[in-house]
Ligand binder design. Structure first.
Ligand SMILES: *Cc1c(COP(=O)(O)O)cnc(C)c1O
Length: 362
């Protein structure tokens, strides 16, 4: 079958692997052995339970996640986790540490402040969020309820290259835009959450990986749907989950495993980003936004000399079939989002386009 697919640099929902889309297409009308679409079956059926459980098993194998962590498939996006995390982990008397590394971190902080005392333990604000604070710049609160980071800053194009040392305090990460893009040491985290629509599948599923110890930490009388314990004790089937989204996420995780797992995709992603940054650094025509040591491997952000030039870049790229390169509306510039499913050859196509544009305009 032939497809007319363009190169999709969208920040999210983002590109999905073609083999995953093709499998979903083949199985859309009738799931093998079931005779109905995955969208038509009960979420309580054995067929759907096996879709869900296989997806969770594959995540455990992919990221080496022990049974002491619960893997939940929720709804409401990472944005609802901004509130669920403090509601579940922060009780009235305690303080939590948040590291303010940009747009999404600020949104997380805003919700936590509704619930309790938030200490901003580090910020990239004075540098326009072009870098991630270093360990010595952090002012962590002894005995904090948890430390919250945004592992990859989708808008600004920065990423934690190594996790902060938070001692015995639980580490919580919004990993929406770099989950499963490289190997992770799960033992360093107590809670990871991510909307699926960047690295893991379609919109509408939110992955939460939580150390069971945290489930009993605080907070009675939470609203049922906002209590992690509801979802943990019902294996993500308290109410109807996003059945199709869970199925797609399962295919995506299988695809990642078939490539060779996180070490393989990590190498591919590092190669993709290095190639593109090398091109950005080559001549000075393109101006990287993030400071070198904080550069994201997922969202590569850069500017041109003028906004007019940037607009021309985006328009000409669109016309050449390279879509989604316009930077986030709040920061402008150019952003190439190159998550797990973005093909390596697509980087070469972008570089070729960038050279041509520079020759015409430079
Ligand atoms: C996209 C994004 C979000 C928001 O995710 P929703 O699923 O739309 O709520 C939060 N955090 C980060 C880092 C993101 O990239």
């Amino acid at each position: 079958m032939s497809h007319n697919r363009i190169l999709n640099f969208s920040a999210g929902p983002a590109a999905l692997p073609l083999p995953v889309l093709e499998q979903a297409q083949r199985e859309l009308v009738s799931l093998p052995g079931i005779g109905m679409s995955v969208m038509e079956i009960s979420h309580r059926s054995e067929a759907f339970k096996s879709v869900l459980n296989n997806a969770i098993d594959d995540i455990r194998k992919l990221a080496n996640i022990p049974s002491s962590y619960k893997i939940l498939m929720l709804q409401g996006g990472a944005s609802l986790q901004f509130l669920m995390v403090p509601m579940n982990l922060l009780d009235g008397g305690s303080t939590t540490d948040y590291i303010d590394t940009g747009t999404w971190a600020k949104k997380a902080i805003k919700e936590a402040e509704r619930v309790g005392e938030v200490n901003i333990a580090g910020t990239g604000k004075t540098e326009g969020y072009s870098l991630i604070p270093t360990q010595s710049e952090l002012t962590l609160t002894p005995g904090a309820a948890y430390v919250h980071i945004t592992s990859n800053n989708t808008v600004e194009g920065t990423q934690w290259s190594a996790l902060p040392d938070v001692g015995d305090t639980p580490l919580v990460s919004d990993s929406s835009s770099d989950i499963f893009s490289k190997p992770i040491d799960i033992g360093r985290y107590d809670l990871i959450y991510a909307g699926a629509q960047k690295n893991l599948g379609p919109a509408g599923v939110t992955l939460v990986i939580i150390n069971e110890d945290l489930l009993e930490r605080c907070c009675d009388n939470l609203p049922t749907m906002l209590d992690y314990r509801t979802h943990a004790s019902n294996d993500s089937l308290y109410n109807t989950p996003n059945t199709f989204g869970v199925y797609m996420l399962g295919l995506m995780v299988k695809w990642l495993r078939s490539l060779g797992g996180l070490s393989t995709i990590g190498k591919v992603n590092a190669r993709k980003a290095a190639k593109l940054y090398k091109e950005i650094d080559r001549s000075g025509f393109y101006r990287p936004r993030a400071s070198k040591k904080s550069r994201s491997l997922m969202n590569i952000t850069f500017r041109l000399e003028t906004e007019e030039l940037e607009a021309m870049f985006v328009n000409e790229a669109n016309a050449a079939g390279l879509k989604g390169l316009k930077g986030h509306r709040s920061v402008g510039g150019i952003r190439a989002s190159i998550y797990n499913a973005f093909p390596e050859e697509g980087i070469d196509t972008l570089i070729e386009f960038m050279r041509g544009f520079e020759q015409r305009m430079g």
